[in-house]
Design a protein around this ligand. Structure first.
Ligand code: CUA
Length: 349
């Protein structure tokens, strides 16, 4: 058996040690991957007071967890090595039922959790409080885009959450009854909160400075979960007041005459687009995003695409082909029809 056994086992051992070497070589690479320079959704880089408050809780808790990790792993390694099997070694002392030991390893974790609970509970209650000067927005999750309702102003928009910088934004998360669970998260500005159909939840975000802050749906919600992006666009209070006024304008009077845009508006109605989309003064659909002021936004389709003619063309040719699971069907539009629809869309400002 000796030589034959060797012949069989040697390659396996060699393969294993090669695998181990490859694993060790990959380790620094994997670690480096955690140091991305351009990481706009980094939850550890707070850009507002709410996210900072959460970060101030994460850091000490992480330190405590780190100490526990090193201690437990170190002890486990020590025991594994020290008491490993040896043919001549006697059976180690059995400690089952040692009251002192059991009290120790119950009380230390209990005390640790108690210490962590103090700042955690304080932060939870603090974040649940609603500041007096907060702006109210209702966020509704749809497969696969976001609807934002500013009920105090009568404004409805989609995908880009426009907010004033340096003002708390109190968000009510509302799940559409016929939809699935989503989760709203703009990491630099605040925490993460699930949106459950038929239930209301609250959260708060705030930005220190004007800027665009990227986020993402973080609850698996179907084929295009990864394409359900969110962004918060923070602007100054003055700019925000102007933005609200612009959004409150009724839709511009539709294009007249027989140009491409006018033909597009006719198509919008005849193809049934209005059954899903609201354009003020034209249609009242509730399934897809409100398009009344479409061109006040930079992106569309769950912030998946920049709002450009080329992207709109690609989208209108076959929405589910570029965004799997999209509820907007392929309408089989001809190139001319697509050009007319885009010409009409471009009037929606
Ligand atoms: Cu919505 Cu994932």
């Amino acid at each position: 058996m000796g030589a034959a056994h060797e012949r069989l086992v040697q390659p396996v051992i060699r393969a294993r040690s090669r695998l181990r070497r490859a694993g060790l070589a990959a380790l620094p690479l994997v670690t480096l991957a955690a140091c991305a320079k351009n990481a706009p959704q980094d939850t550890l880089e707070p850009k507002g007071p709410v996210a900072r408050q959460i970060d101030n809780l994460i850091n000490p808790v992480f330190a405590v967890a780190g100490v526990v990790f090193v201690l437990v792993m170190g002890l486990a390694l020590y025991v594994v090595i020290k008491f490993r099997h040896r043919d001549d070694a006697p059976e180690p002392v059995q400690i089952h039922g040692n009251t002192k030991l059991e009290l120790t390893w119950t009380l230390i974790p209990a005390f640790t959790l108690l210490v962590i609970a103090v700042p955690t509970i304080a932060t939870i209650f603090d974040l649940a409080e609603e500041p007096d000067d907060a702006l109210h927005v209702t966020v509704i999750g749809h497969q696969f885009w976001w609807e934002y309702r500013y009920d105090d102003f009568g404004v409805v928009t989609a995908n880009e959450l426009v907010i004033p910088a340096r003002q708390p934004v109190q968000i009510t998360l509302d799940g559409a009854e016929d939809d699935v669970i989503h989760s709203f998260w703009i990491p630099p500005l605040g925490g993460k909160q699930d949106i459950v159909p038929g239930r209301e939840a609250k959260m708060r975000i705030e930005a220190d400075e004007p800027g665009t802050y990227l986020g993402q749906c973080t609850e698996y919600c179907g084929l295009s979960h990864a394409n359900m992006r969110a962004r918060a666009v923070a602007i100054t209070r003055d700019e925000f007041a102007t933005w609200v006024r612009d959004q409150q304008r009724p839709g511009l009077p539709g294009p007249t005459g027989s140009g491409e845009a006018a033909q597009g508006q006719t198509l919008f109605t005849s193809k049934g687009c209005g059954g899903c989309h609201t354009i003020q003064g034209v249609s009242q659909g509730q399934v897809g995003p409100n398009l009344t002021h479409l061109y006040s936004r930079e992106t569309f389709a769950g912030s998946m695409f920049d709002l450009t003619t080329a992207n709109l063309r690609r989208w209108l040719q076959d929405p589910p082909a570029v965004k799997p699971g999209s509820k907007m069907p392929n309408l089989g539009l001809s190139d001319d029809e697509i050009a007319q629809l885009i010409a009409y869309m471009e009037t929606l400002r």
